[in-house]
Design a protein around this ligand. Sequence first.
Ligand code: CA
Length: 226
Amino acid sequence: MRILLIEDEKKVADFVARGLRAERFAVDIAEDGTSGWEMASAGHYDLILLDLMLPGLSGTEVLKRIRRQNQTVPVLVLTARDGTTDTVEHFEAGADDYLTKPFAFAELVVRVKALLRRGAADRSSILRVGDLEVDRLAQQVRRGGKRIELTSKEYGLLEYLVANAGRVLSRTMIIEHVWDQSFEGLTNIVDVYVRHLRTKVDVAHPVKLIRTVRGVGYTVSDEAEP
Ligand code: CA
């Protein structure tokens, strides 16, 4: 699951992002309302965490634009305890929930998961390719009904590949989605993790689902290889 965090207070943003990544979410950070809106408008997120007091566009304006675009992505508003904003206003502007700063990280996680569950009620949370199942809510992977234990990054990589099954993903695309935009390591980290995944997901099975597309990247498919 991919979360957009729009928050200009660097300390809060880092703290929240670090915690959510440890919970296996991919997190992108926008440090002002304008870039936040640009990133949100692409519609690639499963959830948006939105601070209200932002440089550039205000959080309320970002929220209104998201809803005007008919995006149903759940939005959790982060608000300061200063009494200037009315909670009713948040909901009227299209927020799904709100949290008052400072908040306990555990409470944020509970609310994030609740919103994602609600959002997933419409679309199935289970992705399937052949006999491989990825449950995006439980963050569990099974092949042939047997549970496979993965690390956070392995899981993030597999979820991204399976969510885009049949589509070829370049190493750069994978880095951006799984390691976040801030990652500036070498793209061969992708190859290393694909190797780990193959050991856990494919080695014991006759049909290899994780495929290398030479010179391009990787794809996941259960169709017979040419
Ligand atoms: Ca702020």
